[in-house]
Design a protein around this ligand. Structure first.
Ligand SMILES: Cc1cc2nc3c(=O)[nH]c(=O)nc-3n(C[C@H](O)[C@H](O)[C@H](O)COP(=O)(O)OP(=O)(O)OC[C@H]3O[C@@H](n4cnc5c(N)ncnc54)[C@H](O)[C@@H]3O)c2cc1C
Length: 454
């Protein structure tokens, strides 16, 4: 009997589940209300990285004298930036749609909700209503920016990340509230564009919870390019004053700017999904708890991606979607492996770039686990000198007795790419010697990896 899988939400989790479900023989329907590819492609991962790439080129051109060139002074073209974002998004959306259609996945443009444990209703964008019977349902409707009670985004001067690709005008002084991954990426982006930026940091370091050495490397770079860090400052009010904004903090400090950008986390899109009609439990924060197969408390209803409250990363969402499809199709009894969230690699697209995977040195220290930590600066590689950027380092955390690679951090150019080596090592239980004995390219930044593994 053919398994009918209905997926509500067409972001990374939903499209991967659909792809793998169809490959494994399920009859798959995806209901997506906005854009295939999800918030990931429309607002989050892709436009932010596209704008960071533009800012990176601008920053590079400012350093061009060091590379034997006359200094270049590129001017930012906001309209062109907006068009470029739209083109990238359209291209990705087209590719995903074509891919799913070629696999026989039924695509419904519309808003989905559960009507009962085996029934999904889709209100389609052309005004129709489609009722879908399902043997298995995956809800993966993602999340949206959290807006605190003290702020009222207006799309002009008080912005969420969704209004920042790019904002209506280039801010002369942007105040960014929140110094997690999103906050620091936008700080990097807008300071590369040449804007004055003040980052409101609620603790004493940016990237709370991150390795202190890694956070310090980023703070150094921010300070070197004139970013103002307002530390230990918890925003409690935002108001528009004339042509600007004022951010007030709980300790009475105030900071004025031309615009403010809120980067204080996300809330799950679980409201209006009909989860109660299907008996699916939601936790106090609105997330849908799942077990290691992605099942909710109702065994044939799965959740994945940001909605599941696990690691909010597109890469994780996509892998969760794939694992759900495998479980729906009964693959868990054979080659299926559980997803290990502790082994997920992640990156922060700042300058220097930051990436890490697996066990962090600080976590090992906190739990009293004995580890070997080796660190090599990129400055010791020829490639960093050739590229004119010697910032950053590679740190590898390994087991002192077996040599197994347990984790690592990379700060520096191409960290998001280089971390793949350590991610593979952590996932495949490789040892430091496996990295040392790989015949790597010379000159390349990866030589720092081999050196750190010695
Ligand atoms: C600024 C920013 C930058 C980020 N950068 C990165 C990055 O570089 N790398 C990374 O890995 N992660 C990044 N993330 C996180 C990443 O975007 C999310 O983890 C990812 O999008 C989650 O995927 P998802 O499938 O759960 O949801 P989404 O991508 O949010 O997709 C959910 C989809 O469900 C649809 N939907 C919602 N309700 C319904 C409904 N009722 N019916 C039908 N459809 C519905 C939505 O329209 C949406 O298309 C970033 C996040 C932000 C905020």
């Amino acid at each position: 009997m053919t398994v009918r899988l209905v997926v509500v939400g067409g972001g990374p989790a939903g499209t991967q589940a659909a792809t793998w479900g169809a490959r494994l023989g399920a009859e798959v329907t995806v209901v997506e209300k906005e854009v295939l590819g999800g918030a990931a492609n429309l607002w989050d991962c892709i436009p932010s990285k596209a704008m960071i790439a533009t800012g990176g080129l601008m920053a590079l051109s400012r350093r061009s004298r060091h590379m034997g060139l006359q200094e270049l002074t590129p001017e930012l073209d906001f309209a062109a930036l907006r068009v470029r974002n739209q083109e990238i998004e359209a291209r990705l959306k087209g590719t995903i749609r074509a891919q799913l259609q070629s696999q026989g996945v039924r695509l419904l443009d519309g808003c989905g909700r559960l009507k009962g444990p085996h029934e999904v209703v889709a209100e389609t964008s052309d005004g129709g209503v489609v009722e879908l019977d399902a043997d298995a349902i995956l809800v993966c409707t993602g999340s949206r920016p959290r807006i605190p009670a003290f702020a009222a985004p207006d799309g002009e001067r008080v912005l969420t990340t969704r209004e920042a690709y790019p904002p209506p005008e280039l801010p002369s002084h942007l105040c960014i509230v929140g110094s997690g991954v999103t906050g620091v990426e936008f700080t990097h982006m807008f300071s590369s564009f040449g804007c004055e930026v003040t980052l409101v940091v609620s603790r004493q370091q940016v990237l709370p919870g991150k390795d202190a050495e890694v956070a310090a490397a980023l703070e150094d770079d921010f300070l070197a390019r004139g970013v103002h860090l307002l530390k230990g400052a918890r925003a409690s009010g935002i108001c528009r004053v004339g042509d600007g904004v004022v951010v007030e903090c709980t300790d009475g400090r105030k900071v004025s700017g031309s615009h403010v950008l809120l980067c204080i986390g996300a809330i799950p899109n679980s409201d209006g999904l009909g989860l109660d009609a299907a008996g699916v439990e939601v936790d106090g924060a609105g997330y849908v708890p799942i077990n290691h197969h992605g099942q909710t408390n109702v065994k044939h209803i799965y959740a994945a991606g940001d909605l599941s409250g696990k690691l909010p990363l597109a890469s994780v969402a996509a892998m969760q979607g794939r694992k759900v499809a495998e479980h729906v199709m009964g693959l868990q009894v054979r080659e299926h492996r559980h997803l290990d969230y502790d082994k997920a690699a992640s990156a922060i697209f700042t300058e220097p770039e930051i990436a890490d995977v697996g066990l962090a040195e600080a976590d090992a220290f906190a739990t009293g686990r004995k580890v070997r930590v080796t660190k090599v600066p990129f400055a010791s590689t020829a490639k960093a000198l050739i590229e004119g950027d010697t910032r950053g380092f590679v740190k590898i955390v390994s087991d002192p007795w077996t040599g197994a690679v347990l984790g690592g951090s990379i700060v520096g150019p191409s960290a998001a790419e280089l971390i793949s080596v350590l991610a593979l090592a952590v996932t495949a239980n490789l040892k430091v010697n496996d990295i040392v004995e790989s015949l790597l390219v010379h000159p390349a930044l990866s030589e720092a990896l081999a050196e750190a593994a010695e």
